[in-house]
Design a protein around this ligand. Structure first.
Ligand code: NDP
Length: 302
């Protein structure tokens, strides 16, 4: 019985301290384990190339919220995958979404362009109550984002695969109806075979004229050429926290487009101590014969 941590070693020291306090009987190794056969739990961003060295592995804990970096079909069938769910992730995501939504709603891209030209010119404000903000993906992060947006008085909507009931939010499973009504769309879907490239020409064509996109999910969900076409047409502006590839090349047109704001995948960062506490809770649950919080459905991909 042992834990192997394979990620940033400085953060690994924080994990080691939390494990020493919370699970002192569990050997905790950073980087490599003296006896790989003893490793039952692995904390990592991507697994080692050859997992057969770890025949008793039970759970892989992702150090980040997404699990799309794992090739699920290449993992041994008995190994579970657990996503990172520490509370700071949702809090930071709610902050980032509020900043991006308010910035696009209040014409920040235009004001930044005007400021660079020394131009003092007011643009007409829009009523939040008549502005529909639609969130795609009503998981833990999508719901936190909606809760964070509630005080600003927007008309709130949500789209999700399975039906959801959230007070004050018009939830639907009908993507076309959702897009037709969304003045500002926030994408918080996980990256799966179904959502890869979902922000495409058809997506932009379904939005109302003058709509805005806030993309906080995964870069591969966005067809960048389609975004370029949409910006020449009905799309007013976009905030992209995720791109494909990452880092976005320095000479990419997205950096300098006057109606696009790019941030370098910084919406949420995992706090190491809280992340370690999430892993400890997962191991305790597993030892008790229960599912670890955040255990993903490998077939579904999230
Ligand atoms: P969850 O697994 O909690 O929620 C995902 C939600 O998306 C579920 O409600 C699910 O529906 C819904 N969904 C999945 N596929 C579809 C689909 N094809 N159509 C409609 N709805 C769908 O994930 P989180 O909320 O924790 O995280 C969401 C994503 O945010 C992560 O996967 C990651 O990619 C991204 N992220 C980005 C970060 C950043 O820094 N930019 C940081 C952290 C996460 P159902 O209820 O039916 O299963």
């Amino acid at each position: 019985m042992a834990v192997l941590y394979r990620s940033d070693p400085t953060r690994g020291e924080v994990y080691a301290r939390v494990f020493a306090q919370s699970l002192p009987a569990m050997p905790f190794h950073i980087g490599s384990a003296p006896d790989p056969a003893a490793v039952e739990y692995m904390i990592t961003w991507t697994p080692p190339a050859d997992l057969s060295a770890y025949p008793n592995l039970r759970l892989i804990f992702s150090v980040g919220a997404g699990v799309d970096q794992f090739d699920m079909s290449a993992l041994p069938p008995q190994v579970g995958v657990v996503r990172m769910m520490e509370p700071g992730i949702a809090q930071q995501m709610a902050q980032m979404a509020a900043m991006a939504v308010l910035s696009l709603h209040r014409d920040m891209p235009a004001y930044l362009s005007q400021a660079r030209q020394g131009r003092w010119q007011a643009l007409t404000t829009r009523d939040a109550g008549r502005t529909r903000v639609g969130v795609m993906g009503l998981g833990q992060l999508g719901r936190a984002v909606l809760a964070g947006l509630a005080p600003f008085g927007f008309d709130l909507a949500g789209y999700n695969r399975s039906p959801r009931d959230i007070a004050g939010v018009d939830c639907t499973t009908d993507l076309a109806a959702f897009l037709a009504g969304s003045d500002i769309v926030v994408c918080l879907l996980p990256l799966t075979d179904e959502t890869r490239g979902i922000l495409n020409d058809a997506f932009f064509a379904a939005l109302p004229d003058g709509a805005h996109l806030v993309h906080l999910g995964r870069g591969a969900q966005l067809d960048v050429a389609a975004l370029g076409r949409a910006l020449e047409g009905r799309l007013a502006s976009a905030w992209l926290d995720v791109t494909d590839p990452e880092p976005l090349p320095q000479d990419h047109w997205l950096w300098s487009h006057p109606r696009v704001i790019v941030t370098p995948h910084v919406a949420s960062q995992t706090d190491a101590a809280q992340g370690a506490a999430h892993v400890v809770a997962g191991i305790r649950a597993d030892r008790a014969g229960q599912d670890a919080p955040g255990l993903v459905d490998r077939d579904r991909g999230y």
